[in-house]
Design a protein around this ligand. Structure first.
Ligand SMILES: NC(=O)C1=CN([C@@H]2O[C@H](COP(=O)(O)OP(=O)(O)OC[C@H]3O[C@@H](n4cnc5c(N)ncnc54)[C@H](O)[C@@H]3O)[C@@H](O)[C@H]2O)C=CC1
Ligand SMILES: O=P(O)(O)OC[C@H]1O[C@](O)(CO)[C@@H](O)[C@@H]1O
Length: 385
C-alpha cells in the first residue's frame, strides 16, 4: 500500500509518516524543500526519537520523496497512491491542490480505486477546505466522477513536534503522546482502516476539544510568554502567573466545550491536566515563536481563540481569558513571521479597534471587542512600566 504524504516537515515525518509506516504503508513524501527531498531520496529512512526519559528511537524505513514543485510527478504519485495525507499548513493547502486535481483526473481516466485524502492540519474542516481548492480546479464532469471516487474526511491530529535542531536533518524528536481522529462519516463505503487512527462518526467534539484545549492553551502560553520576554514555552510555563493564566483559559474553553458537547467535567479536568504536563515536558524545547506563529490565522474567526470566544458568548458566558490572549496576540512581534509583521503594520495604520475587527471579525459594538481593547491597553501599560 502506498501513502503519499504532502509535507515532510515536523509533523509529517514525526507523526503521520511514522504512523503510516508502522501501519504497513510505503510512505512517499512530497515537499518543496529540495534538501529534504534529496536526503529522503538518498537515505530512504529516518529516525524518530521520543521525548521521554528512555529516548526510544524508531527507524522509519522504505520511504522516499518527490519534489512538490514537479507538478507531473505529484499528479502521478496521487494517481498511484492508496492514501493521500497532508501536513503542510492550512494556508498551503491551496498550493498543493493543483497536483492533487491533476492526479484525480489521471485516476478517473485510468479507472483507479477509490481514494481518501486526509488533511492533518490544525484547523476545523481541513480536508473539506482542501476539497474546495481541488474541486475549484476540476470540470463539472470530473467533480461528479470524483464524488464517487475520492473522499476528503476531516481529521484532528495531536502530537507536539517542535522545530528540530538535530545534527541529522532528517531526525525528528516528538512527544510520546499522539492522537489522530478521522471522521468516518465522510469515508467511502468499504474503506480500509489505518492502524493507529481513531475513527469517529462525528468529528466536531473531537476537533473542538483538541483545538480549544491543546492549541488554545499552547498559544496562550506563547503569547503571554512573549510579553514576559521568554523564548520557550517551557520557560513561560515555569512562571506560576503564566501557568495559572493558561489554566484559566483552558477552563474557560472547557466550560464552553462541556456545555456544547456534554463532556463530563471530571474527564475534561483530567484531559486539561494531561495537556498541561505535555506543555512542560522537560525533554522538549518548544519555541514561543513556533507556537505563536501565524497570529493572523490564530486570530481568525474559525480558529482557536475567536471561535470558542464567540461560542461562549452565545452560550451566555463572558470569555475574559480568551479576550486577554487575543489582546496578547495583537502584541506578538516576530520580524521573521510575515503575519506578525502585518498585524503590527495594521495597528499603526488602522489603529487597534479596526485591526481587532479586521482579523477577528468581531465588530466594535460587540462586548468581546471591548474586552480585547481593555486587556490590550493593560498589557501595554505593564510592558511600558
Ligand atoms: N508541529 C506540530 O506539533 C503540529 C503541527 N500540526 C499541523 O501540521 C501542519 C504542519 O506543521 P509542521 O509539521 O509543524 O510544519 P513544518 O514547517 O515542519 O512542515 C511543513 C512542511 O510542508 C512543506 N511544504 C510547504 N509547501 C509545500 C508544498 N507546496 N508542497 C509540499 N510540501 C510543502 C514544507 O517545506 C515543510 O517541510 C500545520 O498545519 C500544523 O498546524 C498539527 C499538529 C501538531
Ligand atoms: O501549527 P500551528 O497551528 O501554528 O500551532 C502550533 C501547534 O502545534 C502543536 O504543536 C500541535 O497541535 C500545538 O501544540 C501548537 O499549538
Amino acid at each position: 500500500m502506498k501513502a503519499l504524504h504532502f509535507g515532510a516537515g515536523n509533523i509529517g515525518r514525526g507523526f503521520i509518516g511514522l504512523l503510516l509506516s508502522q501501519a504497513g504503508y510505503e510512505v512517499i513524501f512530497s515537499d518543496v524543500n529540495d534538501v529534504l527531498v534529496e536526503q529522503l531520496q538518498e537515505r530512504k529512512s529516518y529516525t524518530v526519537r521520543l521525548a521521554n526519559e528512555a529516548q526510544e528511537t524508531y527507524t522509519v524505513a522504505g520511504v522516499t520523496a518527490i519534489n512538490g514543485k514537479n507538478l507531473e510527478a505529484v499528479a502521478e504519485a496521487v494517481a498511484e497512491a492508496d492514501l493521500v495525507t497532508t501536513a503542510v499548513g492550512v494556508n498551503i493547502l491551496k498550493h498543493i491542490a493543483g497536483g492533487i486535481a491533476k492526479g484525480i483526473e489521471l485516476r478517473i481516466a485510468r479507472g483507479a480505486k477509490p481514494l481518501h485524502i486526509i488533511a492533518c492540519e490544525n484547523a476545523i474542516g481541513g480536508s473539506t477546505q482542501l476539497k474546495e481548492h481541488v474541486y475549484a480546479l476540476l470540470s463539472e464532469e470530473l467533480r461528479t466522477k470524483a464524488d464517487a471516487a475520492v473522499a476528503f474526511p476531516d481529521a484532528a491530529v495531536d502530537r507536539i513536534v517542535p522545530i528540530q535542531h538535530n545534527e541529522d536533518p532528517l531526525e525528528v524528536t516528538v512527544e510520546p503522546f499522539y492522537e489522530w481522529v478521522v471522521d468516518e462519516s465522510q469515508m467511502l463505503e468499504g474503506f480500509t482502516r489505518i492502524a493507529g487512527v481513531h475513527y469517529v462518526k462525528t468529528l466536531e467534539p473531537y476537533i473542538e476539544r483538541k483545538l480549544f484545549t491543546v492549541n488554545t492553551g499552547h498559544c496562550s502560553a506563547a503569547y503571554l510568554g512573549y510579553l514576559q520576554g521568554y523564548a520557550t514555552i517551557q520557560e513561560a510555563m515555569a512562571l506560576p502567573q503564566i501557568a495559572s493564566l493558561v489554566k484559566h483559559v483552558m477552563h474557560e474553553t472547557g466550560s464552553i466545550l462541556i456545555k456544547k458537547h456534554d463532556f463530563e467535567l471530571a474527564q475534561h479536568e483530567i484531559y486539561i491536566d494531561k495537556i498541561l504536563q505535555r506543555f512542560t515536558n522537560p525533554y522538549l524545547i518548544d519555541d514561543v515563536a513556533r507556537v505563536g506563529r501565524s497570529p493572523i490565522r490564530k486570530l481568525s474567526v474559525n480558529d482557536r481563540l475567536v471561535r470558542p470566544a464567540l461560542q461562549g458568548y452565545d452560550l451566555g458566558m463572558t470569555p475574559t481569558y480568551l479576550a486577554m490572549v487575543m489582546a496578547a496576540a495583537f502584541l506578538f512581534q516576530d520580524a521573521a513571521d510575515p503575519e506578525a509583521v502585518q498585524i503590527q503594520a495594521d495597528l499603526q495604520e488602522l489603529g487597534l479597534a479596526q485591526t481587532i475587527t479586521k482579523y477577528t471579525t468581531i465588530g466594535e459594538e460587540h462586548p468581546i471587542h471591548q474586552l480585547i481593547l481593555t486587556h490590550y491597553e493593560q498589557f501595554k501599560q505593564t510592558v511600558s512600566s
